[in-house]
Design a protein around this ligand. Sequence first.
Ligand SMILES: [Zn+2]
Length: 273
Amino acid sequence: MRLEDLDKSRVREEFIGACLEDLKWIGLDWDGPPSFQSDREQELRETAESLVSEDLAYPCICTRREIRAAISAPHAEDEASTYPGTCKGRFRSIQEAQESSGRQPSLRFQCPPEEIEIQDRLHGQLKLSPWTEFGDFVIVSPEGHASYQLAVVLDDAAQGITEVLRGDDLLSSCGPQAVLQRALGLKRPEWIHVPLVLDYTGERLAKRTDGLSIRAIREAGISPERLLGWLLSESGLSEEHEISAQAAIRSFDLEVLNRSPIRLPEDFLETLA
Ligand SMILES: [Zn+2]
């Protein structure tokens, strides 16, 4: 297991512990001790710098606000912000950008202005246009942290990940990831983007909007088996009222998985009680 901890402003020791505790409570396990994306920061940064030397990326001294958005995983509710290419061809090296601006530059990948075809096991063949959607996206922030897109691509490759199953709010991220994989000579994983669980208003469950957490469910006295039973029946995967994670693995089948998001009822905790 690798924990994504590059957004330092949001990473806290107690969150890491709570996250692992939630997974264990629900019955999900993993091989070996957890590792951290930040352990490989130096390596990630060096790869980004090598892309600059190959003229596939360039330093940018523009404001931090848009760079903020690039460090966290871009989810559907984030406003799309396409970088206008202000710093493209402006500096000959990272050092020159530093010296002329007196600031630490970020590094941006030169996104090719073309459509990229990708394959997703649930969505089939898709044409994405990372250039239109993201422009020359950030791969290293001014603080020296690798962006979500770069870190995911390099981490998956380093760990030999061949299948990526994640929420379909990240479907558009396949665009930047595919162009990075091509530039770095890395193989694409098989992508499987599944529908999300949404709150009763139809919003993604997120910490930043104080969405319902596993902890709140646990503290309401609901068992993990009951939670899984409800989720699996809503997903079309099982009809059991209560089911353990171990048993749920046996009934997991992408072919029958519902293709629409699950919306939690407003009285979710009472529904499960
Ligand atoms: Zn710039």
